[in-house]
Design a protein around this ligand. Structure first.
Ligand code: HEM
Length: 769
């Protein structure tokens, strides 16, 4: 199946769309062909550079394919083939079907276990009162507190997590009273509904869906047959059933090697730069991750963070340990932590969600943001969050105006940027820059819409602007970002390539559009490996004038008050190469994560990723090899198809059997095939499949035709002119030059150009008579 279709028309020179601007393009201009040459035997047309981004690998070898002609159009262009189609994906991973025995449980017994589950909340609350008296909560200023801020449940998530916990505890009791095997306890119990029990009130009611051109804020009513699909505060999906120690929720821990040790042996800090991408790939990747997934951890009822270790990094006595602690042990031979005498690192278990089908069964983790790629990182994932972010004038979002620059609104203490759209917004400067730029883009679009449609009220302008901004984000993701991450071959196989024209008609309401646990807890954390030691601040001439070391700037957005920082960071992201996505990570993340000015050391994000995988019961790497059609390894050496002998030897020194190997680091260590983007096969397929779900299962996907939220074809053609470079030109403080493809480094085909050579959409197609 191919989605590349030969255009039936011979090459037509493009029609000028705008008058020629006064700015001139760089002197070293590639050749301008009179007729577009074929590219790997496909006929081509002269298109905007951003619309040729999936052909980067070929274009870079074929500079004669550049076709910018200022007499016709001010924009930077290349000759590349048309892409139409994008249906019938052949690459597909499916959820494991769970066959199980039928359980018959007398009603009285069910009621008893349900009461037990409910009483657990009271028991935990008693423990919590004692711990609060003992001051076992996290204090601002500590690394553990800074970590907690990024993992904090929203007001809406906290009670739902409590519901999930009651059901999980009831299932654990059911296992005990019925003497069930691990498998039966986690899987067969899913045939038992909780609807007619005292926990029935925790079942997620189906919302009443009205036909609408706009997405709901909480993501519900996207799939009309399954209106809760993708809603915020619902469970993650899974490809494979979990391997919890008790089959239900006990973390996968028995007999497993220490996760910090796994990290230090397998993943050293070692700089190696990915030459054909920019650090923007890392930063955009994190931003869209925050749009689709955020699993919070448990907290105290008053919103304080749970402390699982003493402030000096020692273990608490059992009497003072919160039941949701899953502390990370530091072994005595740990070279980094030993001088600080740290033995214990704070780690709290992820919140669990009631199962969407309202049954007993193994625990599923809670996603507190909408699963859809819908801009929820800008707009919030609940009505209350959205309400707090809106200005209620002209369809705008609130801003904090500082020296005539529009920044993100401040939090209650007037200290940091507000976290209603996403509580992780202050985590690092690059992310706050990204959030700010997209926030501004909303207000820019709202301004343009109000200008051409002065009769529209605040609500209409807000919803239309949100719809357009969501579409722009999706377009950049599928058109510019994913092709770099996955490569064109996998993009084609999974039907991910965006079309050059026309609608996508592959909406499928039978596909589960939720984010999957394997994606959020392992595969999509690939981006942690691409993080650099610092953010460079670069000026308009391309010179680096400052560096912000990651370890010194966690959770500190204040530099953005300085006039040149937003643009400086943005330019830095487009100028710098990231670290290679592999099994190496910078020490700023592996020893210094969330270090505060008061502390000398921080946490280890890679050890946390491994630990989180066990908290979520993710099966081992070998199970995913089998799922993806690689050979299930009986011995370590059988993994030599995708792992190097060095990695295999290290794994054999840590794990007893191949089945134990944690998914995250094995996925990162896999060899990358040429033409398969930047990920090894396991993560490549998990990520591709997730983005295929987010496309095909999303009724509001921007390219869809024939749906209530579909754009007109004229509008869609305008959205297709959007590029990340264009978004930066329009929303920076004063960026004047940028390369057209910001995920790719500067080159002859991707030079720094004046912003006037980067197109942006016109709003005429939104004008209402
Ligand atoms: C300096 C940059 C970054 C920092 C400091 C950071 C930090 C974190 C932290 C603390 C967590 C939670 C760990 C836990 O489970 O306990 C996390 C989760 C995650 N990170 Fe990152 N991250 C960074 C960049 C990225 C990038 C570039 C990507 C992807 C391209 C990414 C993807 C993810 C994903 C998918 C999760 C899981 C989110 C969830 O489901 O809750 N991160 N990150």
């Amino acid at each position: 199946v191919t989605s590349i279709v030969v255009p039936s028309q011979p090459f037509q020179p493009p029609q000028p769309t705008q008058p020629t601007p006064p700015q001139s393009l760089p002197q070293r201009r590639p050749m301008m062909p009179r007729q577009c040459p074929p590219l790997i035997n496909f006929p081509t047309q002269c298109r905007l550079m951003s619309q040729c981004s999936v052909w980067w690998v070929e274009l870079i070898k074929s500079p004669q394919s550049m076709c910018t002609n200022q007499a016709e159009s001010p924009y930077w262009k290349a000759c590349c083939p048309a892409i139409v189609g994008g249906r019938n994906r052949i690459g597909a991973m499916s959820e494991q079907s769970l066959d199980s025995e039928i359980l018959t449980v007398p009603k009285g017994e069910l009621d008893r276990v349900v009461n037990y589950g409910m009483s657990e909340i009271g028991r935990i609350s008693n423990i919590e009162s004692r711990l609060m008296e003992h001051k076992d909560f996290l204090m601002p200023g500590s690394t553990a507190f800074a970590y907690f801020v990024n993992m904090k449940p929203s007001d809406e998530a906290a009670p739902i997590g409590e519901h999930g916990l009651m059901i999980t505890r009831a299932t654990q009791k059911l296992k005990q009273v019925m003497r069930l095997s691990n498998e039966a306890a986690g899987i067969a119990t899913q045939k038992l509904s909780i609807k007619d029990t005292a926990l029935g009130g925790t079942c997620i009611p189906d919302p009443v869906c009205r036909p609408s051109k706009y997405r709901t804020i909480d993501g519900s009513c996207n799939n009309l047959k399954s209106p809760v699909m993708g809603r915020s505060n619902t469970q993650l999906g899974r490809y494979l059933a979990p391997k919890y120690d008790d089959g239900i929720w006990e973390a996968r821990d028995i007999g497993m090697p220490n996760s910090r040790r796994v990290r230090t042996v397998l993943a050293a800090d070692h700089d190696n730069f990915q030459k054909d991408t920019t650090l923007m790939l890392m930063q955009f990747g994190q931003f869209i991750d925050h749009d689709i997934t955020h699993v919070p951890v448990f907290q105290f009822p008053n919103g304080s963070g749970i402390s699982c270790c003493t402030p000096e990094g020692k273990h608490l006595s059992r009497d003072f340990l919160h039941p949701h602690c899953f502390t990370l042990d530091i072994l005595p031979d740990d070279e980094f932590y030993r001088p600080f005498r740290v033995e214990c690192v704070n780690f709290v278990r992820s919140m669990v969600a009631p199962r969407s089908d309202c049954t007993f069964g193994y625990a599923e983790q809670l996603n507190q943001v909408t699963h859809w790629h819908d801009g929820s990182a800008i707009y919030g994932s609940t009505q209350a969050q959205s309400d707090l972010l809106r200005e209620r004038k002209g369809g705008r979002m609130k801003t904090f105006s500082y020296q005539n620059r529009q920044l993100l609104p401040l939090d209650w203490n007037n200290k940091d940027c507000i976290g209603f759209s996403d509580s992780r917004v202050n985590q690092l400067i690059g992310l706050t820059v990204m959030q700010t730029v997209w926030h501004r883009e909303h207000n820019r679009v709202a301004g343009e819409l109000s200008r051409i449609n002065p009769k529209w009220d605040d609500e209409k302008v807000f919803q239309e602007a949100r719809r357009i901004v969501g579409a722009e984000m999706q377009h950049i993701t599928y058109n510019e970002y994913l092709p770099v991450l996955l490569g064109r071959r996998i993009m084609e196989a999974y039907g991910l390539l965006p079309r050059t024209s026309g609608f996508f008609n592959g909406y499928n309401d039978t596909i589960n559009g939720n984010v999957f646990n394997e994606f959020s807890t392992a595969a999509y954390r690939y981006g942690h490996s691409m993080v650099n030691h610092w953010f460079e601040l670069v000026d308009e001439n391309g010179a680096t004038y400052d560096r912000m070391h990651l370890k010194d700037w966690f959770n500190n957005p204040h530099p953005l008050l300085k006039a040149d920082v937003l643009d400086g960071v943005m330019r830095g992201l487009t100028f710098t190469n990231p670290e290679v996505a592999d099994d190496h990570f910078v020490s700023d993340l592996t020893n210094m994560l969330f270090k505060t000015p008061e502390s000398k050391h921080g946490g280890d994000l890679v050890a946390f990723n491994i630990w989180r995988g066990r908290d979520h019961g993710l099966p081992g790497y070998n199970a995913y090899r089998e799922l993806l059609g690689l050979r299930k390894a009986k011995s370590f050496s059988e993994m030599n198809d995708v792992l190097t002998p060095d990695v295999i030897d290290k794994m054999a020194s840590l794990y007893k059997t191949p089945d134990e190997i944690d998914l995250f680091l094995a996925g990162m260590a896999e060899k990358v095939e040429p033409s398969s983007g930047i990920l090894g096969p396991t993560f490549l397929h998990i990520v591709a499949d997730q983005f295929a779900r987010l496309k095909e299962a999303d009724r509001y996907f921007y390219e869809n035709g024939g749906q209530s939220g579909s754009f007109t074809s004229d509008q869609l053609d305008e959205i297709r002119k959007t590029s990340l470079a264009g978004i930066f030109c329009l929303n920076s403080d004063g960026i004047k030059n940028i390369q057209p493809l910001t995920f790719r480094p500067l080159s002859d085909i991707n030079p720094r150009l004046p912003c006037s050579a980067i197109p942006s959409m016109s709003f005429a197609a939104w004008r209402e008579p």
